[in-house]
Design a protein around this ligand. Sequence first.
Ligand code: ATR
Length: 346
Amino acid sequence: MALPVGVPRIQLGSINGLEVSKIGLGCVGMSATYGPPKPEPEMIKLVHHAIDSGVTSFDTSDFYGPYTNETLLGKAFKGVRQKVEISTKFGVRLKDDKLEIQGHPTYVREACEASLKRLDTDCIDLYYVHRIDVRVPIEVTMWELKKLVEEGKIKHIGLSEASASTIRRAHSVHPLTAIQTEWSIWSRDLEEQVVPTCRELGIGIVAYSPLGRGFLAAGPSFIQNLADTDFRKRFPRFKQQNLEQNKHIYDSICEMAARKGCTTAQLALAWVFLQGEDVCPIPGTTKIDNFNQNIGALMVSLNSEEKAELESYATLDVIHGDRHAFMSQTWMNSETPTLSQWTSMK
Ligand code: ATR
């Protein structure tokens, strides 16, 4: 397959922005969160292949593994650190076997120091709040992140799954560089409020799960064959009954891809590229062939009729199941207390 000559570069965030490749690499699948961890030498090879291909933006989190994904990337970036943009996240952890979302300043600092060690670097390019702690005013979390910027431990700040008002409040403490949210032809809930707010404030948008966690790239059989330990097994859209109904969406996209002479993954990514120059999709993969296919999407163009056709296959009325297993942790539930409410709660 012919690969694009040079992956374009874009800037995330208009205030002191971060330059990244137009497509990034989501790394969660390399570690234990998506089924068993993949062999380390192969994953390091994939990371180096990505860099050689012009994909320099890597997305991880301390929660992936947990922790092991950052350690893996720390090893992979040895000797090539200056060529890459590292994005990682904090704020979701397992505590007594339960998920906890934590945005307290003491924890922000602890988590950052630990990520720096695992990533074997002295500065994180883009540090995200992975999920918003609705017990702590977003300003309080941001004050600590701002200090980390001033100390040179992180360069840029982002939020993942934050509502428009949370974005606005956070941005008033320190300019945000990126908002990371799920965005694909079948997850478009951010378009009404989150996207316009980012554009008004000059904040870049990083689209996670642009392949619908694999469904849009490989269909229902791929999902059915996921390991039992795979985090995605819990997702409503992938429960047997919903999956059967959602199969039609995949079938229609397959048929369109065949007509266009590309793959369904490329069609799904081409749609995300059309959303704007301020948008960077980060498809996840653990395979060089799939990676090559995904960057090949940069050469797939969609005219407005084709875009509309693709969108018509994944309208809200035909999608079965919520996009996330923990909808309570998406932007829809990310309002934090005001500073005065917080003071009176203490
Ligand atoms: P996430 O953000 O959860 O990583 P995603 O980017 O929408 O979600 O999809 C990632 C999934 O799509 C991965 O399971 C990946 O599987 P591999 O590691 O086996 O590649 C799958 N995937 C990515 N690109 C693909 C492609 N071109 N063809 C088929 N499956 C692909």
